[in-house]
Design a protein around this ligand. Sequence first.
Ligand code: DAH
Length: 360
Amino acid sequence: MPGDRGLMRPMVTKISDILSAARGAVAGVTTHADLDAVRAKFLGPNGVLRELMKSIADLPKGDRPAAGQAVNACKSEMEEIFREKFDFIESRDVSTLLGGRIDPTLSEACAAEIFCHPLTGVKNRVLEIFSKLGFCAVDGPEIETEWFCFDALNTPQSHPSRDDRDTFYFDGTLSVGNVSKRNSERLMLRTHTSTVQVRTMLRQKPPIRILSQGRVFRKDAIDATHSPNFHQCEGLVVDENVTVCDLKSTLDFFFAELTGGECEIRMRPSFFPFVSPGFEVDFRSGNLGKLSNRWIEAAGCGMVAPSVFGNCGYDAAAVSGFAFGVGIERLAMLLFGVDDIRLFFQNDTRFLRQFPMAMF
Ligand code: DAH
């Protein structure tokens, strides 16, 4: 280098010192934010390199071009040091480690808002309300046998819901031990979550206060209000001296909480084979948009039938209880003013993104 002699020598030493300082400073950095701070110190507008460039003006005219070249080479080398470190940090970033499933380019506003599938939101909300009353969540299988789905629940062989035009049966059969009178049972997809009443009573002694939510299946043609697969929520309370008043006040509480306060319910006598008496439940709320203040059918319920207690090994003279069943899609449609059940299953994010977590 021509200017290696004379005044250029200190410049060359300075450059090599600056590069080692940059390498040293970058070595301990582990985050992009810290790397940016170090970069500003060396390459920023008031950084070390800028000072070095300014000092070229102090050199004799003849040395300046060589000094300029040396400073530019220093700049390139320094940029390379930072680029290498940037790539290293990037390669260890969680979002990269997860195979790019996290999109770090999303705006903060997007990332801050978490969306929840409306059915999940409603299920969580329902469970939250009933857990305030001491209900605990239990699960049951989606593949069931006829005994759990129908016989134990007092549903006669001739009941239309048992028809194989209404229910999905499998070819296989299963032995269910000593609970069924048959040696083996036809397998099927459960048509309601009331099966979990039976499974719970067979498993535990009273007092019982459970809520079970899950998928149920029926051979329904798909249209705006029917789907062969939907979700239900089933409640069961068994104890000594449980009355219809307990049932009514439980449902009063549930619908009031669900609709945010203002709500009335009414119970109309109805028939379900596993309860006696049985009721349909309607509710009326001022908080339901265009459905406000109209009676809306929303649940089935009743006092557990003595024969169901008997089938589950309980003494019907010693205990009493109530049960209720609610459709999750139906609740979601009423609460959000959705008029087509298919929207819940199409996974169209334009629909789903309208339900932020905070809503539930
Ligand atoms: N299992 C009934 C259905 O799917 C709903 C139901 C009605 C559940 C009355 C209950 C009840 O527990 O008591 O249509």
